[in-house]
Ligand binder design. Structure first.
Ligand code: FMN
Length: 190
């Protein structure tokens, strides 16, 4: 895509992979914490929110969406690891496509920025161990009891890395099942 953009080009079409966009105003991924809990399922509120923001030939990247229960680290973020979540996302995607818009799913593993409250009791995982991270009172995680310091994390064993890659692969497959046109990998939050 041409990065030297001005007002004249902003509202002109552009080919983006398989998508023919009618303009270049893309909606950035925005966590809204509105999935139905405790199973992180996109509901009617999310479908309404995304349909309101869809436009003919426009492109939206979804809010960060967890790839597994153990990848969770933000209360209310939706997931793409269960059949019910796929059904919920189908309604979201349908609303966007009905208005001629396009959407990718942003896939998320929150790493060490997590709490056992959200991971089904599993210790959060990261690439390495840094106790200063969970001891720092300025680091907070949105959990069911409110803003709390992250739980202590552990380092992934080498053999576990491919399991997480597999979770990403499966979530991407579920995204396709739900009608998304692509995925973006989110690599923030520790
Ligand atoms: C409420 C809120 C939620 C956000 N959620 C996400 C998110 O889920 N994934 C992500 O990659 N970025 C997220 N962001 C970052 C925005 O996408 C980012 O602010 C946007 O791309 C604009 O970039 P800028 O802040 O550098 O101008 C969020 C930002 C805000 C304000």
């Amino acid at each position: 895509m041409n990065m030297t953009m001005n007002r004249a080009t902003l509202f002109t079409p552009v080919q983006f992979g398989a998508m023919q966009l009618k303009h270049r105003v893309v909606m950035a991924p925005l966590t809204r914490s509105r999935s139905i809990q405790p199973d992180s399922i996109p509901g009617d509120l999310m479908a309404e929110y995304y349909a309101q923001r869809a436009s003919e030939g426009g492109f939206i990247i979804s809010e960060a969406t967890n790839i597994s229960v153990t990848s969770r680290g933000w209360l209310g973020a939706p997931g793409l690891y269960s059949d019910q979540q796929v059904e919920g996302w189908k309604k979201v995607v349908f609303g966007i496509h009905a208005k001629g818009g396009h959407i990718f799913a942003q896939l998320w593993h929150t790493g060490r920025s997590s709490h056992v409250d959200l991971t089904g009791g599993e210790m959060p995982v990261s690439a390495s161990v840094d106790p200063a991270y969970w001891q720092n009172p300025s680091h907070l995680v949105s959990a069911s009891s409110g803003w709390v310091q992250p739980s202590p994390h552990r380092a992934l064993a080498i053999a576990e890395i491919s399991l997480i890659v597999e979770d990403y692969r499966r979530a991407a497959e579920r995204a396709m099942d739900a009608g998304f046109e692509g995925v973006e990998l989110h690599a923030a939050n520790g």
